[in-house]
Design a protein around this ligand. Structure first.
Ligand code: HEM
Length: 135
């Protein structure tokens, strides 16, 4: 049974966005270093992220990882990295896709990013989760 896509991009468009985006990530002074500490096999990483987005956008059941857990245990992923990540991602979407698709995919990415960044540590040493009961 073929599911109606959530956002009607093609698999080729997803692959192009993923490949261009991680090219920018590798070249970025801050994000590049963070990823370099974890990712040695970039084709394998991009293949996995391609499946993550096919799952999210086209509802293909081809990814069952746990990005929340992966980011938490990475040790160097912080809440404030998400705005940088998302602005790089938005520029690639704008370059690669017609505006309605870029806008729709961008808002989904921002929604997912809000969820994933919640509870990650930030550079001031505080967790995003408020510590109740402390002065
Ligand atoms: C909306 C934003 C983001 C999405 C959708 C996303 C998604 C993902 C996914 C699906 C994975 C693969 C998890 C797995 O192995 O199954 C991953 C891995 C990773 N992400 Fe993100 N991510 C986002 C933001 C970020 C940010 C802001 C950083 C830090 C700069 C980051 C750093 C990493 C790293 C280093 C890995 C590789 C971990 C490893 O393989 O050991 N991600 N991400």
């Amino acid at each position: 049974m073929t599911m109606t896509p959530r956002i009607p991009v093609t698999v080729e468009q997803i692959d192009r966005v993923v490949s261009k985006f991680y090219g920018r990530v590798r070249a970025h002074p801050a994000l590049g270093l963070i990823f370099a500490a974890h990712v040695a096999d970039w084709p394998a990483h991009e293949e996995k992220i391609g499946r993550f987005w096919r799952n999210a956008l086209l509802l293909h059941h081809c990814y069952d990882g746990n990005p929340m857990q992966i980011h938490r245990t990475a040790g160097n992923v912080r809440a404030q990295h998400f705005s940088v990540w998302l602005s790089l991602f938005d520029s690639v979407l704008d370059e690669e896709l017609p505006p309605p698709l870029a806008t729709a995919w961008s808002s989904l990415a921002h929604r997912i990013g809000r969820g994933l960044s919640y509870g990650l540590p930030s550079d001031d040493g505080e967790d995003e989760v408020p510590r109740l009961g402390q002065a």
